[in-house]
Design a protein around this ligand. Structure first.
Ligand code: XMP
Length: 186
């Protein structure tokens, strides 16, 4: 696994410190909600982020999970995402915090934000651990862990072909692993 990582972007210590800060920002935003917050998380890339975030968030909460189709093996979002698993939670009137691992093209968040809106929550805020520099400006996010350049990142829950989720840092995958180099002979 380690030989597949080109460089570390954020170490586990940097991530832990930022997640702690992010939780404070989130807690400060939701101080007025007596009913608490409903966290809706997009699987599977957010699992470790969610686990760390909620343990830093001393507020009343419910947790719901949704699954969105991903682009298996590819590193660009060429296809339109679909909801594979609906939210099995009634969020009508709730203050929702939607959590995702990374905002890239924005298609995933746009899909889930629209689906949630239809369920008539009181409010929707959105938080992502990472936001790529190429993300469209019209996707609204309230909380961002780190802004990153347009590289393929893995680790801390983020995968490539379902691997590297257990890598404790956030690293850049070696380019030749996801972008085959042109054949020198051709
Ligand atoms: P979009 O393009 O819809 O992408 O904003 C969101 C989802 O795509 C996955 N994704 C990545 N996963 N490294 C990953 O491990 C990346 O650099 C990356 N870019 C996008 C991720 O599942 C995210 O929720």
């Amino acid at each position: 696994m380690l030989q597949d990582i080109d460089r570390i972007l954020f170490s586990r210590e940097q991530i832990a410190a930022r997640v702690h800060q992010l939780a404070s920002e989130i807690a400060a935003t939701f101080t007025d909600t007596t009913s608490g917050v409903t966290l809706v998380t997009i699987l599977s890339g957010s699992i470790i982020f969610l686990a760390d975030l909620i343990r830093n968030l001393p507020i009343r909460m419910k947790i719901g999970l949704v699954t969105v189709s991903s682009y298996k093996g590819a590193t660009t979002t060429g296809t339109t995402p679909r909801l594979l698993k609906d939210l099995d939670l009634d969020i009508r009137g709730d203050h929702v915090l939607l959590i995702d691992d990374i905002l890239d093209t924005g298609r995933t968040l746009r899909l889930v934000q629209n689906e949630l809106q239809a369920l008539q929550p009181a409010s929707i805020h959105t938080g992502v651990l990472l936001r790529k520099s190429t993300a469209p400006a019209d996707i609204h996010v309230d909380f961002v862990g780190f802004d990153v350049e347009d590289v393929f990142v893995v680790g801390y829950g983020l995968d490539y072909n379902d691997h590297y989720r257990n890598y404790p840092h956030i690293g850049v995958l070696r380019r030749e692993l996801y972008q085959p180099q042109p054949d020198a002979a051709s």
